[in-house]
Design a protein around this ligand. Structure first.
Ligand code: ZN
Ligand code: ZN
Length: 434
């Protein structure tokens, strides 16, 4: 079996065909290289002498190599990449014994956590097939996910507490591209998905590093303005939604980059268009309807309708994937409470692309959203210095899961509610009220 991917093959074919094609292939290589450079320099802020641990799907090999090169040029001491193979995952579901689905490679997850503790940075390349496990037994999918969640908890804790600098970028893979562009042949679909990734990840022009720095400053300014307001709640109104989300005590809005506790500034998600904070786990009331499908670890959940009382989901339904949704929410008590609320204007580049990416990294940046499960302690004032029970006391939720789902649209209004009950319009028809 060859590890060469469609993108690399098609580029080589274009390169060998004619002069016009050669320019296209050159332009592709240039932007792939720019994505790798932006990921290492701006996303990760990799520092000289730092170790890097990267995770990537097999099909992301060309991008992983460009990133590796830029990481060593930036002074990385050692780059280690862990590749995953989706075919192997399917083989497990088709041939492994039933009792084995409560197992995860705990030794590997502990090793990853150990690398972070010893100062390594983390870069994740996403490109997963959104529907990989759609036809597998949901009970087995849930058990395997739970086992993996438990095993990766120590590593995830270090990430969510921003102990180290980390970032996630995307690579167009054939299986993912087929899901986004089902009417195109595979080569066209991959090329179109790459175009979309380059555009919304802001690496289309040669001054990509500077564009990212400007964009980052704008998001940080928006977060600063919201922090000055000290709202006690947000009120969302839209089709199928009338929801009041209480905010945690001492909540902190974040947007764009953040400085990790190791002192290195990083931008954890590329793309990113959101400003986000921690809701109060006991103070969410009302109805909310999802505005885009949710791709959850290989399965698709569409048209989610949920009712909250006292912060807990008390009622839920979904047009497709309801069984997966119910199992997800039953992971633990925190899985039925909110750990994040985020505001994204409807005019974001991802929303403008009109595409459904079936990937949270992209789709959550197309619309205002919320996450069930674990809260980010960095979204609480001095949260990094507080223990779990102190964070819980301020309203920050705790769970094995953190699942973002989209609720915003061009028909969503959002008000900020002051402690005295006064309402201030924040968004109208999905756009910021300036
Ligand atoms: Zn978010
Ligand atoms: Zn999130």
């Amino acid at each position: 079996m060859s590890l060469m991917t469609i993108d690399e093959r098609s580029v080589n074919e274009i390169a060998s065909s004619n002069g016009a094609g050669l320019r296209d292939a050159g332009a592709f290589r240039e932007r792939l290289d720019r994505l790798a450079e932006v990921a290492v320099r701006v996303g990760l802020g990799l520092s000289r002498g730092q170790e890097l641990v990267m995770t990537a799907p097999l099909d992301a090999l060309p991008l992983a190599r460009r990133i590796t090169e830029h990481a060593y040029k930036a002074g990385a001491s050692l780059v280690t990449t862990l590749f995953t193979d989706e075919e192997a995952t399917l083989m497990r579901f088709h041939h492994a014994s039933d009792e084995s689905f409560d197992q995860a490679a705990e030794w590997l997850q502990n090793g990853i956590a150990a690398s972070y503790r010893s100062g390594a940075a983390r870069l994740g390349i996403t490109g997963t097939n959104p529907a990989l496990l759609a036809h597998e037994d949901p009970n087995r999918v849930a058990r395997a996910n739970l086992a993996l969640s438990k095993a990766s908890r120590p590593a995830l804790d270090l990430i969510t507490r921003h102990e180290i600098n980390w970032t996630i970028v995307a690579c167009a893979t054939p299986a993912w591209a087929r899901q986004v562009f089902p009417d195109d042949d595979e080569e066209t679909a991959v090329a179109r998905l790459w175009e979309a990734i380059f555009a919304v990840t802001r690496v289309g022009s040669p001054d990509a590093v500077q564009n990212w720095q400007t964009h980052d400053a704008q998001l940080q300014q928006r977060a600063r303005l919201l922090n000055e307001k000290r709202f006690s709640a947000l009120h969302f109104r839209g089709p199928g939604t009338d929801l009041r989300v209480g905010l945690a005590d001492d909540h902190l809005w974040l947007g764009g980059g953040t400085t990790a506790r190791n002192g290195i500034p990083c931008i954890p998600n590329m793309p990113t268009e959101e400003v986000f904070t921690t809701p109060h786990k006991d103070r969410v009331e009302g109805l909310v309807t999802s505005s885009k499908p949710l791709s959850y670890q290989g399965s698709l959940i569409e048209d989610i309708r949920v009712r909250f009382e006292g912060g807990r989901i008390v009622d839920m339904a979904a047009k497709t994937g309801e069984a997966i949704l119910r199992r997800m929410v039953e992971t633990d008590d925190g899985a039925r409470r909110l750990g994040e609320v985020a505001l994204v204007p409807h005019s974001s580049p991802i929303s403008k692309s009109g595409l459904l990416f079936w990937n949270t990294l992209f789709d959550e940046n197309a619309a205002s959203h919320m996450a069930l499960g674990q809260a980010y302690s960095t979204c609480i004032r001095d949260g990094d210095t507080l223990d779990a029970s102190q964070l819980g006391g301020k309203g920050a939720n705790s769970s094995l899961i953190h699942v973002d789902w989209m609720i915003g649209s061009g028909r969503m209004d959002v008000d900020g509610i002051s402690p005295d009950g006064g309402a201030e319009p924040l968004m109208r028809f999905g756009e910021w009220v300036e």
